[in-house]
Design a protein around this ligand. Structure first.
Ligand code: ADP
Ligand code: SF4
Ligand code: MG
Length: 361
């Protein structure tokens, strides 16, 4: 038996103790793990993630490509095939626990209580059906209304997301829409059932800057109108700054910093967050000025480095007497509502931020 399986046996299924405490938050994720056994080894795509989210609020989940963001969002929606994904932990949505729920129960919640906007609308839309047909069908799965009423609702939603002449465009096929319009149509589809939780996974990554800004504005307006909770998944801290209340920074399947958007930008306490801030494109920077990307690349999630997963790329790893390479730092709440996982003494981190990092941003 491998260490992994042994650990799983010891951990057992989602803890009964925790389940006995009903969460007060609208969404509460506790110690979520999503692992994939593969021929090359166990891929720990999400390895112990916890966070909460209230209605009307937005949580930004940020991290480089491959850090486990999409696996997290699919996990919350219950979209992983249980045959090849090992999912553990708890996901409480409005008082219901989803990890232990039956696939049928989770399916019923999808669309009605939670919906997702993907980076690539074409992956979410069927090419052979009109945009309107797809919104109508999505709406009718959860609402017992006639086709006529659903069609009117679809036109209404397309208009709401800014599609011009929605009564005509409703009969277009996805390929007849531009990228930005398709993204709007997918938002219309996701919102057509008035979900309380909306997960947007890199919703603007494929779009040019102007359209990107319009889509973010649209999501913000719709959130105010519908009071939905939003998880905004992105590799771009700029998107987080635009839209989020809180930020969860992910590295190698784990949370390295979790705090308010204000603290993430003005008092970040993790070297990886510093790196993300340093590599953020800024409008007030000349185009010729080079960005300062984080050196190296994220680890494979099969062979996550010993100790702190960020240590091979971290400029401060040598300051911890070997602990960065040997001991995994736990996520610790350092100030109310501000957690980070790093061995550096807190005072040292504040000092580095003030003296070395902030002046360069
Ligand atoms: N079904 C799967 N089987 C094995 N590995 C997977 C599977 N889905 C995702 N992964 C791996 O999990 C890691 C995280 O992926 P993902 O969540 O898509 O990252 P991102 O942060 O870019 O969205 C990647 O290394 C990816 O290869
Ligand atoms: S624990 Fe060490 S390697 Fe990890 S972020 Fe902190 S200083 Fe860097
Ligand atoms: Mg992704």
């Amino acid at each position: 038996m491998g260490d992994e399986q042994r650990a799983e046996l010891l951990d057992g299924p989602a803890g009964e103790d925790a389940a006995a405490r009903p969460p007060s938050a609208f969404l509460e994720v506790r110690d979520l793990k999503i692992h994939f056994p593969t021929d090359d080894g166990l891929v720990k795509s999400v390895d112990g993630l916890s966070f909460t989210l209230e209605r009307g609020r937005t949580l930004g989940i940020v991290g480089e490509s491959g850090s486990g963001k999409s696996v997290t969002s699919l996990g919350i929606l219950g979209l992983h095939n249980r045959r090849n994904a090992r999912v553990s932990g708890e996901i409480w949505l409005d008082g219901k626990e989803l990890v232990g729920a039956s696939p049928d129960d989770v399916r019923r919640l999808r669309g009605r209580e939670m919906a997702m906007i993907f980076q690539d609308p074409l992956s979410a839309m069927h090419p052979f059906y009109t945009v309107g047909h797809q919104i109508i069908e999505a709406y009718r799965v959860h609402n017992d209304v006639s086709k006529k009423v659903a069609r009117k609702h679809a036109i209404d939603m397309l208009g709401r997301v800014g599609i011009p002449k929605p009564d005509r465009r409703v009969d277009d096929y996805p390929h007849q829409f531009s990228g930005g319009m398709r993204q709007r149509a997918m938002i219309a589809m996701a919102l057509s059932c008035d979900p309380e939780l909306l997960i947007a996974d890199e919703p603007t990554t494929a779009l040019d800057v102007t359209v990107q800004a319009q889509i973010l504005d649209l999501i913000r307006d719709l959130q105010q109108e519908f009071n939905s909770a939003i998880i905004m998944i992105t590799h771009d801290l700029g998107v987080v700054a635009e839209l989020s209340d809180d930020v969860l920074v992910m590295y190698a399947g784990r949370c390295v910093e979790y705090t308010s958007v204000d603290d993430a930008f003005h008092r970040p306490l993790h070297p990886y967050t510093w790196g993300l801030l340093g590599s953020m494109p800024r409008l007030d920077r000349a185009r010729s000025e080079r960005l300062n990307p984080i050196k190296g690349s994220p680890p494979s999630l099969i062979n996550v480095p010993q100790g702190c997963a960020f240590n091979p790329r971290c400029a401060y790893a040598a300051l911890n007497e070997g602990r960065s390479e040997s001991e995994r730092p736990e996520l610790v709440e350092l100030e109310p509502g501000h957690s980070a996982a790093c061995h550096l003494p807190l005072e040292k981190r504040r000092e580095i931020w003030d003296a070395e990092i902030r002046p360069t941003l």
